[in-house]
Design a binder for this molecule. Structure first.
Ligand SMILES: [Zn+2]
Length: 260
């Protein structure tokens, strides 16, 4: 039976951090279909090396970096849509328009599982929060229309215990801990709200290689050792936003786990 997974994110590299391991685990499955939607091309982001891009070319360069990241991972999206809304400007796009654009693609694809950001946007980034809200609205609109698929909505998240562990390591190494009250710093969610925990350790080396294709964003990971990068990318977590999760429900180990 074929299964479709759709990920809806804000910027090039959000996908690498959030779902690349999950996709890599399904890379050899002929019945797996992967749909990827980027709301922006990330043109307002950092430029790690001025030789790589200018402010004018950064969006185009980052789209190409993202395409290469999936090629290096070994599983390219079956469909990849760039909505090309303004980076750092998603909150200014009329919300209904953003929902409509996402709905249109998801209606054609009827994914079994949709993944996007949760209300914390992982880092509090307003674009992340907005694309998560719009994707959830699109998901529930299509469910209400009784379109096939749309069995599960995942909001990517970081368990608080994992964030605490990273911070302990930072402090032990004499570095500043991450501060979740600051914009663009990672936030955790209570561990007991995590409904999806995917062990991506078997493909983490490939995800690290994919992440390194985002050359213009190298500043994000330049302070981390190879082992730290591997460790960070050895698992992916999410909150199961739909269907509502009971406190006794088991933690899922794959986005398609326990679907009929
Ligand atoms: Zn982002």
């Amino acid at each position: 039976m074929s299964r479709t997974f759709a990920a809806v994110v804000a910027h090039p590299d959000d996908d690498t951090f959030g779902v690349a391991g999950t996709v890599a685990l399904h890379a050899d499955d002929p019945d797996f279909r992967f749909v990827l939607i980027h709301a922006t091309s990330g043109e307002a982001g950092p430029i790690a090396d001025p030789a790589l891009a200018t402010r004018e070319t950064l969006g185009t360069v980052r789209e190409e970096e993202d395409r290469r990241s999936w090629a290096v991972l070994g599983r390219e999206p079956d469909r990849h849509e760039w909505l090309r809304y303004p980076d750092h400007g998603l909150a200014d796009v009329p919300f209904d328009e953003l929902v409509d654009r996402i709905t249109e693609i998801l209606r054609e694809e009827r994914p079994d599982v949709v993944s996007t950001f949760g209300p914390d946007g992982i880092t509090g980034h307003p674009d992340h929060i907005r694309v998560g809200e719009a994707t959830a609205a699109a998901f529930h609109r299509l469910r209400a229309e009784a379109v096939d698929g749309f069995e599960r909505l995942i909001r990517v998240a970081i368990p608080q215990s994992l964030l605490d562990g990273w911070n302990e390591q930072l402090v032990a190494a004499g570095k500043e801990p991450m501060d979740p009250t600051q914009l663009y710093q990672p936030r955790g969610v209570p561990d007991d709200t995590i409904g999806l925990r995917v062990d991506t350790s078997s493909v983490a080396a490939r995800v690290v290689q994919a992440l390194r294709e985002h050359h213009t964003q190298a500043g994000d990971i330049q302070d981390m050792t190879d082992d730290e990068q591997l460790e960070m990318l050895s698992r992916e977590h999410g909150v199961v936003d739909w269907p509502p999760r009971g406190s006794a429900d088991p933690v899922l180990h794959d986005v398609f786990d326990r679907l009929d």
